[in-house]
Ligand binder design. Structure first.
Ligand code: SF4
Ligand code: SF4
Length: 382
């Protein structure tokens, strides 16, 4: 038995997106959350953080605000004071400081009017408003740097869009919490041991990656017409990986990705440990990369369903297991990889979509440090 679950088999509640004429997906989500026990949490008079990702400007795969409203409404009905939150990014884009981040959230539809609660950026104007949070049992991180506003909340809820990810294989609940709640310093802390590597034979010198790096980690070699990495400046954020259309950028050692995975699990534990927490994951629009990119490619599998649990690890495990049962959709990044001359089948659709990634270390380490359980009971809500 671990600290965050009642038994070795955590319950994960699931329902599909199929709807009858008299009940839309938002009401179905509410029914799922009720069955999963969200309204059993004591939220009366308490600040309740709902952690989500508002989507980079241009991206359209992020979760619709309507789902956030459903969660906020349930929190308010239980007497809580909800707010939607996310922390600033480590890279350029539309969410790198609180002002731009808020404009982005509003433009993507997350306004108090639409979601029924305030939107607060978790780590302040410039991503520096964080507090050190101890990680019980942490092996890589002793103190996580978490956005202060998020840690000030009495109750923590994550609302996650489950999809592929160019560094961590899939972007699920642990990614949403661990990386997403880290301040800029916290994000650097998780990425610090991985440095990007560019294959000069694959690089076409298009410079697309250069626009994505906020850390002077890339230097263009005009003589050879290839991009190179300045390892002294690269913090391993992975932003450039998703920007390269030619698979020229990867990470030097498998260990870099594995360590990132472990640190992310430890950051997640820092966020949820010692306070009521609950987790929701919607497996729809499963794009090959995360919602941090303006461009979102078409989904690699059909929409799967909505999942909820008190156990963030069991939730990620259940979501990935459900995805692996799906048949890949044609004409996607996944099938492009499968049709390419260099394809090496790893028998896993996330590994095959982003061949330089792996996610199992994250799940295994999360279990090792007592974040939750990979063994779960799936309870289907009709
Ligand atoms: S995006 Fe890829 S191909 Fe273009 S310069 Fe960067 S590494 Fe080279
Ligand atoms: S991984 Fe390194 S080079 Fe690539 S965007 Fe991040 S800091 Fe820049």
């Amino acid at each position: 038995m671990n600290e965050l679950t009642d038994s070795k088999r955590s319950k994960v509640f699931f329902t599909t997106f199929r709807c009858k004429p008299d009940e839309g997906p938002v009401d179905k989500l509410k029914r799922l959350l009720k069955a999963a026990g969200l309204d059993g949490i004591d939220m009366d008079g308490k600040f309740v953080a709902i952690k989500m990702h508002f989507g980079e400007l241009g991206n359209l795969s992020f979760l619709r605000p309507n789902y956030a409203r459903a969660v906020a409404d349930m929190v308010k009905a239980a007497g809580g004071k909800p707010f939607l939150t996310d922390c600033n990014t480590l890279y350029p884009g539309s969410r790198k400081n609180a002002i731009e981040h808020l404009y982005c959230a509003w433009e993507n539809g997350f306004t108090p009017l639409t979601v029924g609660c305030p939107v607060l950026i978790g780590d302040g104007l410039k991503g520096t408003d964080d507090i050190p949070v101890p990680v019980p049992g942490g092996e890589y991180v002793k103190e996580a740097r978490i956005g202060r506003t998020i840690m000030d909340a009495d109750v923590f809820i994550s609302l996650t869009h489950f999809k592929g990810h160019e560094m961590t294989g899939f972007g699920g609940t642990i990614k949403n919490i661990g990386m997403g709640c880290g301040s800029r310093a916290g994000k650097k802390d998780q990425h610090c041991n991985g440095k990007a590597v560019i294959d000069p034979a694959a690089c076409r010198g298009c410079k697309r990656c250069l626009r994505e790096c906020a850390n002077d980690g890339l230097v263009y070699d005009a003589e050879r017409r290839v991009m190179t990495v300045d390892a002294d400046h690269c913090v391993g954020c992975g932003r450039c990986v998703g920007a390269c259309n030619f698979d020229a950028i990867g990470f030097a050692h498998d260990a870099a990705i594995k360590e990132l995975n472990c640190r992310m699990a430890e950051y997640t534990k820092a966020v949820v440990y010692g306070r009521p927490n609950f987790h929701i994951s919607l497996v729809c629009d499963v794009s090959p990369t995360c919602d941090c990119h303006a461009g979102n490619d078409v989904p690699i599998i059909p929409d799967v369903g909505m999942f909820a649990s008190f156990d963030p690890l069991a939730l990620d495990q259940a979501c990935v297991d459900a995805c692996l049962k799906q048949t890949p959709l044609p004409g996607t990044q996944l099938t492009d990889e499968m049709d390419s001359g260099h394809f090496c089948d790893r028998h896993d659709l996330f590994d095959n979509t982003n061949p330089n990634t792996e996610y199992r270390t994250c799940l295994a380490h999360a279990e090792k440090i007592g974040l939750g359980s990979r063994t779960y009971e799936l309870v289907t809500v009709k």
